[in-house]
Design a binder for this molecule. Structure first.
Ligand code: EPU
Length: 765
């Protein structure tokens, strides 16, 4: 391998034009280097496992990109630059070593490019992206035409890196994670904070400090440092051209009268006792006041007048993923932040808390196995200010997993520290559901982590927009919840989440919902008591309407007619009849469902069927218009009412038969007794199969010897063969497998096709 020292890197990169290849070009740091090299006129190619919108953008600027690492694509390169995330076995690296191609790390290349200008490096464990972006912005507004390189896409700056041939300065964010900041020989260095981090690379704090000290030794001009940070002050303070900033009276540049607003701060700035004026920043938190003060110190020392600095700071917009507001309304605030170190998490949570919302709900994706292992105790203490925390699994960032270290480790630590609101959700794709289901008006929801957790917050934000519209339709009295677990609403107690769970309380709200869903192309599904329902583990996409409360739950008797809303229990109808001396409805006692479900499937028991007792029903059609119909106008058969599959029942009028109180009581007892003695009381969906003509399904299953057959926690009841019971946390998949097993046996052994009576809905989980 040709060493970096053997080529004149600064000249090669900034004064000549060459053929250069970047290995791992899609990463945020590497894409910045690629952008600079293209702007410097080089012939640049790059490879990565996958493309990104960054590589798309770079391709438009002239990058030749391949979503694969192939040695031949870099064989003609005069320089190969690689990211720290690239493994030694990468074919391009292997080949470059054999072919003795000059091979340098990202930071060496950056240092080389920077040497073509007067370098300003911003370093520290936390806040360096914001601070370096702020510095580049203030210098730019100050007319200095700085070039820049920062670790994230900054909308305000146009991109994460830019070479401006007009200016003298180059502002760069230095990445301390792999020790490569020692390559920089800047004119000025700005140090924000130093603490234990990246212990996968550094042995201890002393090793970290040694690398920072080397950078300071190589700094020819001033060292700007935060005097409030203990380690930083100790290392930087004694330097000959050190300039301090902070909140204490001894700092050269000092902030006082700090007024922290929701997402902005106002403060007074003093330079060695002299008041320079007031500054406003539109990035939240006290730590950002400190960061801004570093930029004020730097820019002022470079000769930009304070009023100009203050105005520019006021225009500064936050970097993406740094307290980025994804959704904001009076009811909710959704914020995404890159914080992944315990200190950053605490700081971000403090900021979130200061926003003054009711609760702070947090979803967290730990980043790297090594960090999780090294800082597990610190993570345990970092979430004190969050009301609820849902932790998912670790984002590996090219690391190999470590045995015994997972998201559960973090959740356990947080819990062991005494937090009562922490849960673990190993499935990243379910994270937005867990958090979304907890939210209540007034909450701030925060996603934290350096991986891809922000996508989960984006999903939540998109659904929240729809949920808020649905809420507008059902009004104050109605309820809308996101991702309601349908296991809570089915008697079998299985089923994934409902994307939108809506409880209208009035017929007109229900009608408006139907119209809205039709207009917006949202699927609509109605669920009552969920007693005859099997929801798959992926839940139901779209709007799940649960008409309940108000008119929907009412049961009223007038003469021999009983009017019941679809939300009323069938049982209530039977007992309302009893109270009014009306019989013929006693069989309803044995059905666990509500009126709506009984109508929809013409439920029955004790030889009776729902529609035998119905005088008329009222329903809403697909356009939300109400109709009243008598049974003769509907197409009704055994366990099947097709017209109610496309229409939505709202109430029914049942006809009772005047009968003696004792007779009604006796038949109710009979019904109850039949249910008690022949049906299981365990969690079930009632009868699973329709009775075939030749034999009752329960009898058939019994004769086939399938009672007590199980798949996981789903089991055929030993009491009644047509019932599948949930022995605890059974999944829909298990129940469905058991159903298939029974059907197969019935087919094979008796040639009988068992048709399910239970309604099976939803997506695969
Ligand atoms: N049987 C067995 N073994 C069993 C279960 C039943 O031999 O494990 C025999 C019974 O002894 C009886 C016959 O099968 O001779 C029918 O059983 P049952 O009287 O329990 O009625 P079913 O047809 O299985 C129907 C409804 C039930 C309702 C009962 C009570 C259907 C599919 N089921 O059951 O409704 O509760 O009558 O009247 O029509 C439901 O719809 O979810 C439901 C539970």
């Amino acid at each position: 391998m040709m060493l970096a020292s053997e080529v004149n890197l600064p000249a090669l990169l900034t004064r000549e034009h060459h053929r250069i290849h970047l290995v791992g070009v899609a990463g945020s740091g590497m894409s910045g280097i690629a952008a600079l090299l293209l702007e410097l006129g080089h012939d640049v190619s790059g490879s990565d496992r996958v493309g990104s919108w960054e590589t798309d953008r770079l391709q438009r600027l002239g990058l030749r990109f391949r979503a694969e690492h192939r040695a031949e694509d870099a064989s003609d390169a005069e320089l190969v630059i690689f990211s720290s995330a690239i493994r030694e076995s990468n074919p391009i690296l292997v080949n470059a070593r054999i072919a003795a191609q000059p091979l340098v790390r990202r930071a060496e290349a950056l240092a080389g490019i920077m040497s073509g200008k007067r370098g300003i490096v911003v370093v520290g464990m936390h806040g360096k992206t914001t601070t370096s972006a702020m510095a580049a912005h203030v210098l730019r507004e100050g007319g200095m035409h700085p070039s820049h390189y920062v670790g994230a896409e900054i909308p305000l700056l146009g991109s994460n890196a830019h070479w401006d041939p007009r200016g003298e300065y180059f502002v760069a964010e230095g990445d301390e994670s792999d020790g490569t900041i020692r390559f920089f020989k800047p004119e000025h260095t700005l140090v924000l904070n130093i603490e234990e981090e990246h212990l996968d690379f550094y042995a201890d704090l002393a090793a970290i400090e040694a690398v920072f000290s080397q950078l300071l030794d190589q700094t020819s001009g001033s060292v700007f440092y935060c005097a409030d940070d203990r380690h930083t002050a100790r290392i930087c303070g004694p330097r000959p051209r050190a300039i301090s900033f902070g909140f204490s009276a001894e700092s050269d540049y000092r902030a006082t009268d700090i007024d922290l607003k929701d997402f902005a701060s106002v403060f007074s700035v003093f330079r060695r006792g002299e008041r320079l004026g007031e500054a406003v920043i539109n990035v939240p938190g006290r730590h950002n006041v400190s960061n801004a003060l570093g930029v004020i110190a730097l820019a002022t020392e470079l000769g930009i007048p304070f009023p100009k600095v203050a105005t520019s700071l006021g225009h500064f917009q936050h970097a993406r993923r740094r307290f980025e507001i994804k959704y904001q309304s009076e009811r909710f605030l959704l914020v995404d932040d890159y914080a992944h170190h315990p200190t950053e998490i605490s700081a971000t949570l403090a900021t979130a808390k200061s926003a003054g919302r009711n609760r702070v709900l947090t979803m967290f994706q730990p980043h790297r196995f090594s960090r999780t292992k090294a800082l597990r105790r610190e993570f345990g203490r970092a979430f004190d200010q969050a009301d609820r925390v849902v932790v998912t699994d670790i984002y590996a960032a090219s690391e190999t997993p470590l045995a015994g270290i997972s998201g559960q480790t973090v959740a356990d630590e947080i819990s062991a520290h005494g937090h009562l609101g922490v849960t673990y959700q190993p499935r990243l794709d379910r994270l937005h559901c867990d958090v979304g289901n907890m939210i209540a008006s007034g909450d701030l929801i925060l996603s934290l982590g350096a991986g891809n957790i922000h996508e989960q917050l984006s999903l939540l934000a998109a659904d929240l927009v729809i949920a808020e519209r649905l809420k507008g339709i059902v009004g104050e009295e109605g309820d809308v919840r996101l991702y309601e677990p349908l296991a809570k609403h089915t008697t079998l107690r299985v089923g994934g989440p409902a994307q939108f769970w809506v409880e209208p309380r009035t017929e007109s709200a229900f009608a408006d919902l139907i119209r809205h869903c039709r207009r917006e192309n949202l699927a609509l599904f109605v669920i009552g008591r969920g007693s005859n329902l099997l929801v798959r583990d992926g839940g139901i996409r779209g709007v799940v309407v649960h008409p309940c409360g108000g008119d929907f739950d009412k049961v009223e008797v007038s003469g021999d007619e009983i009017t019941a809303g679809v939300g009323a229990k069938l049982k209530q109808v039977a007992y309302a009849g009893k109270a009014a001396g009306l019989g013929g409805l006693e069989w309803m006692e044995g059905i666990p469902g509500a009126v709506g479900g009984a109508l929809r499937m013409n439920a029955g028991a004790m030889g009776a069927q729902t529609f035998e007792n119905v005088l008329r029903i009222r329903y809403l059609d697909e356009e939300g218009n109400a109709h009243t119909r008598i049974p003769a106008e509907l197409d009704i058969s055994y366990r099947h009412v097709p017209s109610l599959e496309r229409n939505y029942a709202v109430s029914a009028v049942f006809k009772g038969r005047p009968a003696a109180a004792e007779e009604i009581a006796r038949r109710l007892d009979e019904s109850q007794e039949k249910r008690r003695t022949t049906q299981p009381s365990a969690k079930s969906a009632g009868c699973i199969f329709k009775n075939p003509k030749s034999i009752p399904a329960g009898k058939l299953v019994d004769e086939l010897g399938l009672k007590n057959t199980r798949v996981g926690n789903a089991r055929v009841s030993e009491i009644h063969g047509n019932f599948i019971v949930n022995d605890g946390n059974a999944s829909a998949t298990e129940v469905l497998e058991l159903i298939a097993k029974i059907q197969e046996t019935a087919r094979k052994e008796r040639g009988i096709e068992l048709e399910t009576e239970v309604q099976i809905v939803g997506e695969e989980g």
